[in-house]
Structures are given as C-alpha cells and as structure tokens.
Design a protein around this ligand. Structure first.
Ligand code: DSN
Length: 422
C-alpha cells in the first residue's frame, strides 16, 4: 500500500511562505542550544503519526461508543492502544488520552471534582507553580478559592509542614501537587496523608517530570494520587497534548468531564502520536535517556554554581533548575536576550521571593531534555555552562564567539540530521 502522508514538496508548491517558515524553524532547532525545560525533539515516528490522515476523522466519544460512524476500523484500536500503553507504562487504573493540552486536562479535573467557589490548595506561581493551578487571571483562579503553598526562603524547598498547616486552615476540596519550575522531588506520600487528613482529592500535575517517571528516573505520583495529569511533549518526547490517569472510582467522572464536559472531537492524529511516544518510552533506550536528562541537569547545575550562579535549592534532582543571575549584574530578561544572541535558547524565570517583576525576573530556567535527546552527557555540561556564562557576562564580540562554538557543539550532536550533500 502506498502511504499518503506529509509531502514537503507539496507544501512548498502550495504555500511557500509556510514552507519557508518551517525550514527556518528546523534550522533554528538544529543550530542552537535548546535549554527550554519544557521542550524536546519529537521523533520522526511521532511526527509521522501526527501528520497523517487521522486528522480527517471526527470521533466524539470513546472507543466502542462514538457519536460518528467510521471509527471501528482504525480510530478505536489506535486510541485503545494509547490508553492501554499509558495504563501499563504508569501502572494506572484508568487513562484518558484525549486532553488537547495540560491546561485542558486540569480544567477537566476541576469540572469532575469541584463546584464553582470550592477551596483548592496549590503551589504558588511565583514559587514555581503553574498558571492553571490558580493564577488570578486564569479560570482556575477566577472560579475557585485558591490558597497557595510555596518554598522556604532558606532552603528553596517545599515545606510539607507548611502545606499541612495551609490545608488545615483552608480545608481544600482539591490539593494540587505539581510545578513548572522546581528542582526537587515532591513528597507524594506526605501529600497523600495531608489530603486524607482534610478529605481532599489529590491531583498531581506531573507535566514536567512525567517523562522521568516513565523512564524510572523520578518517583511516580501514580500510587499516591487520585488523579494525575500531564502533557506529552516535554521530557516524554511525544506530540503536543496531554493525558489524565486516575483511580477507577474517578474514571467515569473524568471521561465525562473531558468529553462532553470540556472538549468536543478528540485529535486522533495526536492520540496516535501519543501512542507512539508511549511505545518509545517503554524501552531500555528511553530509560537510559531519562537517566541522562537528570545526570545532565545535575552536572550543569553544579557547573553553573562553579561559575558563581546561585542555583535555587543548591542543585537539582530533576531535568531543570533555576539559576539566579543577579551576581552577574543582569536580570533574567537580559540574560535570556544575551543567550539568544549567542545561539542559546532558554527562558527568564522568577526565582522564589524574587524582588523583580516577572517580566524582568532574577533568574533563568535551564533544562536538559533536548541536550540529552541529542546525546549530550554530563561530560558536555561544563562546556554548556561555560557558553551560557560567557554569553551572559560577555560583550557582543564574546557572544559572536560563543555563537560559533555553539554551532560547533551542536554539529557534533546533530538533531534531525541533514541528508548528505549530493
Ligand atoms: N509553559 C510550560 C513551561 O514552560 O513550563 C508549562 O505549561
């Protein structure tokens, strides 16, 4: 059978502007150092599933119970494969693979668990939480009564006694464990015990670290939590999207909250790509990859500390860390811009108790999932730290020199390799 799928020549003929943009982005990803902690390079197999005829199919409902004909031959088996692989990989009782994004997954959980105005306890955004965990201008902050916990100023770590005190005072109906900028393992057992003490449902938003969990390089929240949400495109290296795992008693409510509660037709091409990513994650190669991400992050954090940066909590156990750039006389925003000029892509980030507004911020967030996908190991991390440091502290000429060295480094660890010149 001839495969009918993405045809770049066809795109170039039909829409050269979009085709050119795509090539520019491919070159940007290939030629710079990608240190954004929430990004990765999806495999050709993941992208082939995503860029397929599955995009043409409506499939509202779930496998075996759809509101459209034509789902039985391929759509149902593929979605069921994704569900079964997710349950098996994470040891979960139930999986819903339809959420379009992490925020959509969290929204579905709120719909399943909460009524408007209900009390919620979640990590504060300025301390590393996520906007969908109760930020004032987000739906979660507008519709629920959200109290927040944070990290201790002296340790940079979450204090579970403080979480318990806040839970006893606020009596949340839902407690959210999870973050987008924190470098330590969460104490899932302690969260469970607090949730039980106050009668709360325990949700873990594992978006950032679920790829490490899949590879056995991070403790799993699944045995401790009622519900776990996560995006599939970070360290897990799947397509842009999300999933929800839950205990069986929550299964019907979660499925109903995703569809028809908060979404319509599922993106079956993305679900197919999620299935591929889950298969890729269930391999010894992926487990070695997950370990390398953590080893790289730890080595890079140590190398940054050695160059005078204050790393929040003094190091990392995950795929990322926050480095305070104040000792260099810059802000996070300036450091981000200087790094970009030198071919190093990262993001400014508030550090806990940051005196600067978020648009400036005192820190930068550095993650290693992309570097590890390229095959860089701890041995390369002192070089990466040196390039970041010189980009941040140096002048324009220095940044030009760094740009050239970045090109040389990524040339030795190519991602999406170029075909040989003909
Ligand atoms: N925006 C993602 C991040 O960069 O952490 C989280 O949604």
């Amino acid at each position: 059978m001839t495969f009918w799928g993405p045809d770049f020549d066809e795109l170039r003929a039909t829409d050269p502007e979009v085709a050119d943009g795509l090539l520019v982005e491919l070159e940007r990803q290939r030629s710079k150092l990608q240190l954004i902690a929430s990004e990765n390079f999806a495999s050709p197999a993941v992208m082939a599933a995503q860029g397929s005829v599955l995009t043409n199919k409506y499939a509202e409902g779930y496998p075996g119970r759809r509101y459209y004909g034509g789902c039985g031959e391929a759509i149902d088996p593929i979605e069921q494969l994704a569900i079964d692989r997710a349950k098996s990989l994470f040891g979960a009782e139930h999986a819903n693979v339809q959420p379009h994004s992490g925020a959509s997954a969290n929204l579905a959980v709120f719909l399943a668990v909460l009524q408007p105005g209900d009390p919620v306890l979640a990590m504060s955004l300025p301390h590393g939480g996520h906007l969908s965990h109760g930020m004032k201008v987000n739906l979660s902050g507008k519709w629920f009564d959200v109290a927040s916990y944070g990290v201790r100023e002296d340790t940079g770590r979450i204090d579970m006694d403080e979480v318990r005190e806040k839970a006893l005072a606020h009596r949340p109906k839902l407690i959210i464990a999870g973050w987008s900028a924190y470098q330590r393992h969460l104490d899932f057992a302690a969260f469970r015990s607090i949730a039980d003490e106050v009668g709360a449902v325990l949700l873990c938003d594992a978006s950032h670290f679920v790829g490490l969990v899949a590879g056995g390089a991070h403790p799993s929240p699944v045995p401790h939590c009622d519900i776990v949400t996560f995006t599939t495109h970070k360290a897990l290296r799947g397509p842009r999207g999300a999933m929800i795992l839950c205990r069986e008693p929550w299964a019907a409510a979660i499925d109903k909250a995703v569809f028809p509660g908060s979404q319509g037709g599922p993106l079956e091409h993305v679900i197919a790509a999620k299935a591929v990513a889950l298969k890729e994650a269930d391999t010894p190669e992926y487990r070695a990859y997950a370990r390398r991400i953590v080893d790289d992050a730890s080595a890079l954090a140590d190398a940054m500390i050695g160059r005078g940066y204050d790393v929040v909590s003094g190091g990392t156990e995950t795929h990322l860390f926050l480095a305070d750039v104040t000792p260099t006389g810059t802000t996070g925003a300036e450091a981000e811009a200087r790094c970009d000029e030198a071919g190093i892509v990262l993001n400014k980030n508030a550090i806990p108790f940051d005196p600067l507004p978020p648009a400036k911020a005192s820190g930068i967030r550095i993650g290693t999932p992309c570097l590890a996908t390229q095959g860089m190991g701890p041995a390369e991390m002192p070089t990466v730290a040196d390039l970041i440091d010189r980009a941040v502290r140096g002048d324009e000429a220095e940044r030009r020199a760094v740009r050239a060295e970045v090109g040389e480094l990524v040339g030795r660890f190519p991602v999406y390799p170029r075909p040989p010149a003909s």
